[in-house]
Every structure is written in C-alpha cells, then in structure tokens.
Design a protein around this ligand. Structure first.
Ligand code: UDP
Ligand code: MG
Length: 323
C-alpha cells in the first residue's frame, strides 16, 4: 500500500540531533496519521554527511510509520537532497522539512488541515520576522527578492521557508519539472494552484551549526535568480540604454559648446570616467550573461542531479524488504 503523505527530510551532518528529532517527528506524524486516517512515510536523505548521520538514520526505530533512508554518494547541497527525496517519495502528497529542529514538526498538523479541510495545494511556512538576524543579511535577503520578483509573472513569496506541504496534484506537478538547477521554493510556487502562507518562528538550531556560508547563500541566490528571472538581463539592457542615452546628451552638449563658444575641451578626466564607466558596465553585463550561459551548459550536460550510495525501506510492521 502506498502512503498518502511522504515527509522528506534532508540531513547534512545532523548526527547529534537526529535521534531526538526523529522521536518528535514520529510522535507528531503518528498523531496526524491517527486523527486523519492517513498513511504516512518518512524519507531521510543523507546528503553525504561526514559524521555518520547516514548510519544513525538507517538504524532509527521504525515506529508505526514507513521509513526510508537514502544516502547520497557525496554532499550535493540541500536542493539536490530535496530532489532525491522527491524521487524516492512514494506518497501522493509531500511534506518537506529541515532535520535540524528549526522547523517545528507540530506544524505538520496545521499543514495537513489546510490541505484536507480547506483544499489548499501548497501550504508553506513563512518567517514571521527576521529581527534575530544581522541587518546585513536582512538587506541582502530584501535585495534578492526584489531582483527575483522584478517583472516576474509569478512572484516568489518573500521569506518563505522550504518547510511546506504539497497536495497530490501539486506534488504531481512538481514531479514534472525537469530542470537540473533546482530552486525548490521557486518551483513549488511557480506551479500555481491554491497556495497559502503560514507564519512561523523558526526555532534556534538544537545542535551543530548552519551549513550556509555567505558564499553558499550567494550561490543559491544566483541559482534562484537565473532559473526564475530574466530581470538581471533586462536590467543590464536598461542600464546600457541609460548609459548610451547619457553619452548621446553629453556628446550633443560638447558639439553645441564647440559650435557657439569654441571652448577647447578639458579632455582627460572626462575621457577616463567615460572609459571606466563603459568598461565596468561591459564586464558586469558579461558576468551576468555568463551566469545564464553556465545554467544553459549545466542543463544541457544533462547529468543526474545526485547519485545514491545506499537506500533502505523499512515498513511499519513486518520484516524489512530491501528496495
Ligand atoms: N542540508 C543538506 N545539505 C547541505 C546543507 C544542508 O541536506 O549541503 C540540510 C540540513 O541538514 C538541514 C537543512 O538542509 O536539514 C537546512 O540546513 P541548515 O540548517 O544548515 O540551513 P539554515 O537553517 O541555516 O537555512
Ligand atoms: Mg537550519
């Protein structure tokens, strides 16, 4: 029997917290399963952890719910881990959450209620506030969403977390998106259907530390931008047009000045400024173009998003048939 709902949890170096997390998650999942009459399965995706997370996850107790553990062959990044979870999930509906305790499992009940009772297709958690984060990060996030949603047909909600539930038809839609550069938040909002935001306050991490350095976040942002928005290209074109317009006006002014006053031009500084502005603009725009070309290249290579090293499927009752 296939499950009705699969909970996908990516794990990277979460050895210290996973046992406690699993217990909490199972308690919540069992409660929801009982009250809603749903069959629930959990899929843990180990994203190439180096602290034995995979072995610990594979040995977690199976308490009334089917449990899959998928160990990737190396660290591919969270987006790839989510893709692996999506591919292995047997459930019709999907729920994604972090395994570091920051996404409270108690919210699963709310999500399921929004899906079953109110017919929403995508229920996603949104950070209620970012007051606890440094101002620089908040500014960066603001800028990112501004750029991302600039002229976009489907705006990606600001501050949405990867913590979300997808109804069967939303999950089916997500499964049909073929791209290799995954930006999960963007994809699950791009598919449309009835979406609803649920405000929440992320808990502090129980163990370990966030694996997102500034550079990694920048990488994810570029990935999100280039796969969801052509705004940078359009902005580049606009900037080019503005520069060309300004150059035309200045040129005209120089001719007028020369015609009527015959003033010899103080040339060097203005020339340098002109050359540097144009040169800088060109490099910047080439960099932006390059980002898109790089995406095209990686899509065209068509490599698998991840490789699986180990996979186990343990059923709630009875012996465990290996898959
Ligand atoms: N994660 C992952 N692969 C990675 C980095 C993170 O699967 O390369 C998982 C991690 O175990 C956690 C979730 O993604 O379950 C969110 O990661 P993290 O807590 O580091 O991010 P933050 O909460 O700071 O956004
Ligand atoms: Mg976290």
């Amino acid at each position: 029997m296939t499950p009705d709902l699969t909970i996908v949890v990516p794990l990277y170096n979460e050895a210290d917290g996973i046992a406690a997390f699993h217990e909490r998650l199972c308690a919540c999942a069992a409660r929801v399963a009982a009250s809603r009459g749903l069959r629930i399965e959990i899929v843990y995706v180990d994203d190439g952890s180096r602290d034995g997370t995979a072995d610990i996850a594979a040995a977690l107790p199976v308490a009334g719910i089917d449990l899959q553990t998928v160990a990737l062959s190396r660290n591919y990044g969270k987006e790839a881990a989510l893709a692996a979870g999506l591919d292995h999930a047997r459930g019709d509906a999907l729920l994604f959450m972090d395994g570091d305790g920051q996404h409270p499992p108690e919210m699963i009940e709310t999500f399921v209620g929004l899906w079953r009772d109110e017919g929403h297709d995508v229920a996603y958690a949104v950070k209620a506030d970012r007051a606890d984060e440094p101002a620089s990060r908040r500014l960066f996030v603001k800028l990112f969403y501004r750029l991302l949603n600039f002229g976009a047909a489907t705006a990606i909600p600001e501050d949405a977390a990867d913590f979300r539930l997808l109804s069967p038809r939303a999950a089916a839609a997500l499964r049909r998106l073929p791209e290799r550069n995954r930006f999960f938040k963007g994809l699950s909002s791009w598919i449309g259907f009835r979406q609803i935001a649920v405000p929440y306050r992320p808990k502090p991490r129980l163990y370990g530390s966030s694996s997102w350095s500034f550079l990694r976040l920048l990488g994810l942002s570029m990935e999100g931008l280039t796969s969801f928005s052509t705004a940078p290209l359009r902005l580049a074109a606009l900037a080019g047009a503005a520069l060309a317009g300004a150059a035309f006006v200045v040129g005209l002014w120089i001719v007028v000045e020369w015609l009527f006053w015959g003033i010899p031009l103080p040339g060097y500084p203005s020339l340098m400024v002109g050359v540097m502005v144009i040169g800088g603009m060109q490099l910047l725009v080439m960099g932006v173009l390059g980002e898109y070309v790089a995406r095209v290249l990686s899509e065209i290579k068509g490599r698998p998003v991840y490789f699986v090293a180990d996979h186990t499927l343990r059923h709630a009752q009875g012996p465990a048939p290996a898959a």
